[in-house]
Every structure is written in C-alpha cells, then in structure tokens.
Ligand binder design. Structure first.
Ligand code: ADP
Ligand code: GN1
Ligand code: MG
Length: 344
C-alpha cells in the first residue's frame, strides 16, 4: 500500500461530518503502516487526530463497535484512553493526546518497562469487559501456521517475479516450520487461555506521558487473543537495537537489558498469567518476530498491497530485520529463559 493523497475538500468533508469546522491545518501524522492518520489544528487551539480506517483490512462496522465498547469500558473504569470525538465510517476523530509522545525505537530500559506495564494494565483493564465476546477483527491474526500457508501461496503465485531473490528468506522460514505451531496448538487444546488482548503492541502504539503515565493507542486489533502474542510483539519492537527497517543488519539485534526491562514491567502488571503462559514468554518473542517477518515477506511477494511502503523493497528490508532479530533471540534463548524465570 502506498500513500494515498487526500484533497483538503475531502478532509474538510470528513471533519464536517463529525462536527469539526474550524480547522486551520490538517496534515499527515505518525508512522503507522495501516491507516491514514492526520493531525488537525483548529482555531480554538484544540487539536485532534483524524483517521481514515483502512477498510481493505478492517471490517468497518465490527471495528467501530469494538472500538466504542473498549473505549467506553475504559472510560467507565476511569482509565485514560483514546477519546472518540466522532466516528463516521471510514473516518473517525480522536482527541489529541496533548503532552504524550510515541517513539519508534526505545532508547533506555525504563521506556521498555513502562510500555510493558501499560500493555499489562490494558489487558487487566479489559479482563472484565461484559459479554458479548469482542468481534474477531482479523481472524487468525497471529496464527503462525496460517501465516506460513499464506507465504507459501504468495511464493507459488510469485506475481511480481520476486521469489528467486528471496530464496534465503524462504529457507529461513522452512527451517522453523516445526516450532510455528506451538502456541496455536496449545490454545486449541485450552492449555493457553484466550484473553482480550491488544495484538499490536509495538512501541509506537503506546504514548508515554510526562509523568511516566501512559496511554495505549491503536485499538483496532483489540480482540480475543493470547497474552503471549502481546508480550512477543513488545519484545520484537521494544528490545530492538535498531529500527524495523534498518538496512545495516549489523546494527540489528535484541538487547538483553531491554528484554529484561520488558519482563520486569510486564510481570509486575500481569499478575493473571498462568504457568503455561509464563513458560512461553521468551519463546513468544521469537515466534511473533518470525510471524511479522513472514507477513512482510508475504507482502513483498504479493506486490506490497498490505503494509504502507516508502520504497520498492521496503517490505523485504523489514523482513530481513525481523529475521535478524529472530536469530539474535535464538542465540540468547537460554539467557532470556533465565531472565523470565528470575522475575516469574
Ligand atoms: P496505525 O494503525 O496506522 O498504526 P495509529 O492509530 O497507531 O495508526 O496512529 C499512528 C500514530 O499517530 C501513532 O503512532 C501516534 O504517534 C499518533 N497518534 C495516534 N493517536 C493519537 C492521539 N490520540 N494523540 C496523539 N497522537 C496520536
Ligand atoms: C501494523 O498499524 P501498525 O502500523 O501499528 C500491523 C501490525 C504489524 C506492524 C508491523 C492491523 O501495525 O500487525 O505488527 O504493522 N497492523 C495490522 O510494524 O496488520
Ligand atoms: Mg499504530
């Protein structure tokens, strides 16, 4: 997916449908890969986030219902969350979180600990969401076995003639096919519980507040899932020494001190975890990083239709950083397991 352009008229019409007419500037914002996000400045000084939901990816009605339920529940509990100002599919407006910042890369362990604590609290705050079950926004979202099946299909179709150039990456996945089923199998057997989880816990989806308090954002994939995938995705992005699209792979590895900070922050907040979940925390980092790498590779083979890209082989670059992260976590697997045991 590349950046679509919107005319000022189109943006004004969207804002107007949600009661905002005094905007002075509407400009692209953030580095999310999926939705179109804009910062809105107004004459009154109040600022907003305007988003156009990517309806190729999200079923809009189910998404709206989920978001409204989740944000209302958090509000009723007095938990600071995204404030929905208007929601007219495919557009919506959130109040701008003034004074909060998001980063794409961690620079000190304390940030990792805070982010992990925020996501643990988020899971905890949603544990008592009244029925019905939240909609499955993207079925099998983190199902590694299904993601490999999609990769195989994209490689077989090879619509862009890119398969030959990714032989090494395909072989990398091949060598890990056996372990890909571990968590889905445990969930299917009921050995790992289903919980309401965020499912996209990358570091720029938590906004850090001035006093160390923080707000979990990007609630689009909040749905039934496994706490392990949430923790795993924190490890993928919050233990990384370099950006998700760093080209120099010598800079890409998983930092042990950041991993330790994540474990500390997460276990301090996630008191609900079962023994089986704790036993798979270190593994979940490797697994979800492999899974996201597989998704970037699949999108590269399919012609870059899913993730927003800035240049031709952006998805391949992202895939390679993910696989380098997997290798780094594999090399440190014993130390990582020992860290989890120490805090568990
Ligand atoms: P995507 O689904 O494309 O990742 P996000 O909802 O994560 O979109 O938004 C993209 C970025 O916009 C975030 O990483 C964050 O920096 C910024 N952002 C989102 N919501 C807000 C908000 N309410 N206040 C301030 N910044 C926000
Ligand atoms: C997407 O929306 P964003 O940019 O926070 C993706 C995640 C991936 C992530 C990789 C709905 O997240 O699953 O892990 O990119 N979101 C969706 O950076 O597919
Ligand atoms: Mg995001």
């Amino acid at each position: 997916m590349s950046n679509r352009n919107y005319s000022q008229e189109e943006l004004a019409a969207a804002l107007g449908s949600m009661g905002i007419t005094d905007q002075t500037d509407v400009s692209r914002y953030g580095s999310g890969h999926i939705n179109d996000t804009f910062k809105v400045e107004t004459r009154s000084g109040k600022r907003y986030i305007l988003q156009r939901v990517n309806t190729d990816i999200f079923p809009p009605d189910m998404l709206k219902a989920n978001i409204l339920r989740v944000t209302r529940h958090l509000k009723e509990k007095g938990v600071k969350s995204l404030e929905v100002v208007g929601y007219e599919n495919p557009w919506r407006v959130y109040a701008f979180l003034e004074g909060y910042t998001s980063v794409d890369l961690i620079t000190e362990p304390r940030e990792a600990e805070l982010a992990a604590g925020a996501f643990a609290k988020f899971q905890n705050d949603l544990a008592d969401l009244p029925p019905p079950r939240l909609g499955d926004i993207i079925p099998k979202f983190h199902d590694t076995v299904d993601r490999i099946r999609q990769l195989d299909a994209a490689a077989a179709a090879d619509v862009k003639g890119r398969k030959a150039s990714v032989a090494a990456e395909l072989a990398f996945v091949d060598r890990r096919r056996d372990e890909a089923a571990r968590i889905v199998t445990m969930m299917a057997k009921g050995e790992i519980p289903e919980r309401i989880t965020h499912n996209d816990t990358k570091i720029n989806n938590v906004m850090l507040g001035p006093g160390g308090e923080n707000v979990v954002i990007d609630l689009d994939t909040t749905m039934p899932g496994s706490a392990l995938y949430d923790f795993g995705d924190m490890v993928r992005t919050s233990s990384a020494a370099a950006a998700e699209d760093e080209k120099d792979l010598s800079k890409v590895y998983s930092k042990k001190e950041y991993f330790e900070a994540l474990v500390k922050g997460y276990l301090a907040g996630a008191k609900f975890l079962t023994e089986a979940e704790k036993a798979n925390l270190a593994f979940s980092g490797r697994l979800i990083t492999l899974t996201i790498g597989i998704r970037f590779l699949t999108d590269y083979l399919a012609g870059d239709t899913y993730f927003r890209t800035a240049y031709d082989d952006h998805n391949l670059v992202r895939c390679r950083t993910q696989f380098k992260m997997v290798e780094s976590m594999e090399t440190q697997a014993e130390e990582y397991e020992a860290i989890v045991r120490r805090y568990a």
